[in-house]
Design a protein around this ligand. Structure first.
Ligand SMILES: [Zn+2]
Length: 251
């Protein structure tokens, strides 16, 4: 680290759980963030500000006026621009040393595999089950830690699937694909603005802890937030041995 970095990250370096070594792990990390909306905004801002070496921001959407109520990566001037371009500009203003790669596409197939394989960690900040399951399959295949978040109305949830571990459940163990889970989207249901901040920020915290290797991650636990009562509930998650996606992955 140079003098500027030692100053910039001094409040992390002062933490014995992080220190110089932990900050260096953050600086050399490559993190894939799928979705530059309500969850991806705070997650990307904290990760870039905290010094994550390379942030890969992926989203195929453009900024709409209705996004601005919660998607704090984007300003009023960005309406009509690609979210990844608007997001990159904001992140570079926060931390000019950050390396921001942008993918203005819906990540799937071999492009998804390539990005997950190259990342140290993946944040699922997307808004639909098809993408969530595709990200999970790629994370299981390449054994990458997956930090998953969701927010709708006043309800949020966040968890970690640390797929480097043999005993970790995957997203599919929890929400099997094809089960008729009703897809609820912010576009129709509404979402409380700071809820996306709380959940996205929690994802950033879990991501940094995993990169540094400090504390206890949310692996094996699902946190559920009732934002109206402001109450958190913890649900313990176990791996489903019959899971179609992660079953037998240690073979
Ligand atoms: Zn599974």
């Amino acid at each position: 680290m140079d003098d500027d970095q030692l100053l910039r990250y001094s409040r992390h370096i002062l933490l014995p759980e992080i220190g110089v070594e932990g900050q260096e792990a953050i600086l050399s990390a490559r993190v894939l963030i799928v979705g530059a909306g309500g969850l991806g905004s705070p997650a990307a801002m904290y990760l870039a500000a905290a010094g994550v070496g390379t942030v890969v921001l992926c989203d195929d959407d453009t900024v709409d006026l209705t996004n601005l109520q919660r998607q704090i990566l984007h300003t009023a001037e960005a309406v009509g621009r690609l979210k990844v371009e608007s997001g990159r500009d904001t992140l570079l203003r926060l931390n000019p040393q950050a390396r921001i790669e942008t993918l203005a596409l819906r990540l799937q197939g071999s492009a998804l595999d390539e990005q997950v394989a190259a990342a140290d960690l993946v944040l699922d900040c997307c808004d639909n089950f098809a993408t969530r399951h595709a990200i999970n399959r790629a994370c299981v295949r390449f054994r990458k830690p997956l930090v998953s978040g969701a927010a709708i109305r006043f309800d949020g949830q966040v968890s970690v699937f640390d797929l480097r571990r043999d005993d970790s459940p995957c997203y599919h163990c929890l929400f099997p694909e094809g089960q008729d889970v009703e897809e609820v989207r912010c576009a129709v249901m509404g979402v409380f603005a700071p809820l996306t901040g709380i959940i996205g920020t929690t994802q950033a915290a879990e991501a940094l802890k995993l990169l540094v290797g400090c504390g206890t991650s949310l692996d094996g636990r699902l946190l559920l937030l009732d934002g109206l009562a402001m109450e958190w509930r913890t649900v313990l998650l176990g791996r489903d041995p019959a899971c179609e996606v992660c079953g037998g992955r240690e073979d």
